[in-house]
Ligand binder design. Structure first.
Ligand code: FE2
Ligand code: FE2
Length: 277
């Protein structure tokens, strides 16, 4: 492995920028006196995102009392923070499209959407709240993989080699490159100025005991492992003991776990098209 690739990755020169709509939404919400009108005007310029927000606001997950017909209603109903996270999540797809198209990128995208949806359901089951934070962490958690694939020759081959084995991608990256997709992804969102919870949770999604935001990071780690077990990941490595341990911590019994899987399958079918899977 050439050392300039590694130093480049460590410095993260030349990284993709956060998509425009997401950036503008974050800028508006960072102002102490932002107006809803401003937010609506920025988001409504992106037809895909607008349509997806309306569809999501009317979905069974949020089940509004009456139909949400426009963005102003959706923002009032979901709250500005949720909207911000949704816009970032929905624009993540553009980011994936900027990279060289490959089966790997497509699979990482599908996996990310699955982890995002699964995490949101787990959070809902264990704390009875809809957590758009875990949703967004799930969406972004493996972004480092697409960056590493861009810079490291044979990265995709390395992944296909470990598929079907008991090897963990995270450990393999440590061994080969001394930097992991978790660290790279964390640096990327730091560069975008997302709040600290995102870089922390992404950095520790394979070692959540070290996270400052364990209650979020553990949910994403759990969802990632469960979905790997169900063949919804680019690698087949999973850790049954860790799944069991987290399940006990969350107080998820067999029945609840089945309910989560069932709800996931339903929501995933519904939300698939929003995220262009
Ligand atoms: Fe990962
Ligand atoms: Fe993952």
């Amino acid at each position: 492995m050439s050392s300039d690739i590694i130093s480049k990755l460590k410095e993260l020169d030349d990284l993709p920028a956060l998509p425009q709509t997401a950036k503008k939404v974050i800028d508006i919400l960072n102002k102490p006196d932002f107006s809803f009108a401003e937010l609506v005007s920025v988001i409504s310029k992106d037809m895909n995102i607008t349509a997806s927000i309306l569809k999501l606001a009317n979905s069974a997950l949020y089940s509004p009392k009456s139909e949400i017909r426009n963005l102003t209603q959706a923002i009032t109903f979901l709250g500005a923070t949720n909207i911000k996270n949704l816009v970032i999540a929905l624009s993540t797809k553009t980011l994936f499209e900027n990279f060289k198209a490959s089966l790997l990128i497509q699979k990482v995208w599908e996996h990310s959407v699955a982890v995002a949806i699964y995490s949101r359901i787990v959070a809902l089951k264990i704390s009875n709240k809809i957590s758009e934070e875990v949703f967004l962490i799930g969406m972004l958690h493996d972004l480092g993989i697409i960056i590493m694939n861009q810079y490291i020759k044979n990265y995709e081959e390395m992944i296909s080699e470990i598929y079907g084995t008991e090897e963990s991608l995270y450990e393999k990256e440590k061994e080969l490159f001394d930097i992991t997709h978790a660290e790279v992804g964390a640096k990327l969102v730091e560069l975008w100025n997302l709040p600290g919870i995102y870089s922390d949770a992404i950095k520790y999604h394979h070692s959540s005991e070290d996270s400052k935001y364990k209650e979020y990071t553990k949910i994403v780690e759990y969802s990632d492992l469960v979905l790997s077990k169900n063949n919804m990941n680019i690698v087949s490595f999973t850790d049954e003991n860790r799944i069991e341990q987290l399940r006990n911590e969350f107080g998820i019994d067999v029945e609840t776990s089945d309910e989560i899987d069932e709800m996931f399958n339903e929501v995933y079918q519904y939300e698939k098209e929003l995220f262009k899977l």
